[in-house]
Design a protein around this ligand. Sequence first.
Ligand code: FAD
Ligand code: SF4
Length: 289
Amino acid sequence: MGTELGKYKVCVSARSTDKEIMGKAQDGGIVTQLFAFALEKGIIDGAIVAGPGARPWQPRPFIATTREELLSARGTKYNISPQVSWLKEATRSFGMDKVGIVGTPCQMQAVRKAQLYPVGMRDVPDKVALAVGIFCMENFPYKSIQMIVEDHAGTKLQATKKMEIGKGKFTVITERGASVALPLKVTHKYEQPGCHVCLDYVANLGDISTGSVGSPDGWSTVFIRTKKGEETWNKAIAAGCFETKPIEQVKPGLELVTKLANEKISKNKKTVEERATFGVNKALRNPYL
Ligand code: FAD
Ligand code: SF4
């Protein structure tokens, strides 16, 4: 196996058995179910999630300390939610000893950096109790989401029930049930430029990472990566929180996850190399050269 999927102990296809969570989950409700279970069992004191913000579909990170608050954050918001900015807040202002956090692969990298080199993050290293990474091919600025939904899909952000990226389309689903599927070639130009040098698709540094790709609709692909992740996952399974299937038994399975991870990495490596020709990434890679 290559390194594109990161290290993991087990990979399964799964979905939550909780109908309320599934009612508004993006995929298999893995993130919300895991945190709800961890909160109930005292594995975490709270979780940094991306809840509703000031404008429709603009996420706002906050620390959920109840099941209701966790449920209010369900669903993917395709723009930046500065999750890590709340890590210090959680340990200091909220005095939490066991913090959960969900984030994109780059945010998982930031969490691990904060733990390894806690400059300005003195209270953080031993207090990250569960880091859940979500797969990520690209992200968008908020203005771009407005343009994609309102100008290209011809619908209103306020009237949007769900957005999803999959099967080569950016799909906008309205509260009244209409759906507009845009080819990704329409949305490419709106992606954050920073995402074009990102070399992680499946959140290699999460305790557990999850995304829709590889699993059937309404299910999620889940990588259990660390000892901490495995302990929580096994307890959640024993409590009946998830229905699971071996990843080898679902279609399209890990083959598609691997293909997309490789495509992201090789495309973005080219951008890194191009940028190095005018010095940008060279400086980023090693500031002392
Ligand atoms: P739910 O139980 O619905 O909970 C979702 C959780 O994600 C919530 O806790 C919420 O706080 C958090 N969240 C929502 N938006 C953000 C955000 N912007 N930043 C950080 N946390 C957030 N999956 C793929 O398989 N392939 C992809 O290419 C892919 N690209 C993605 C790109 C972006 C920008 C994002 C945010 C997610 C992407 N995902 C991708 C992940 C996927 O859309 C789901 O978020 C994931 O499968 C979790 O679904 P769930 O049903 O388990 O989560
Ligand atoms: Fe972060 Fe990479 Fe996703 Fe962009 S593509 S949001 S840099 S994980």
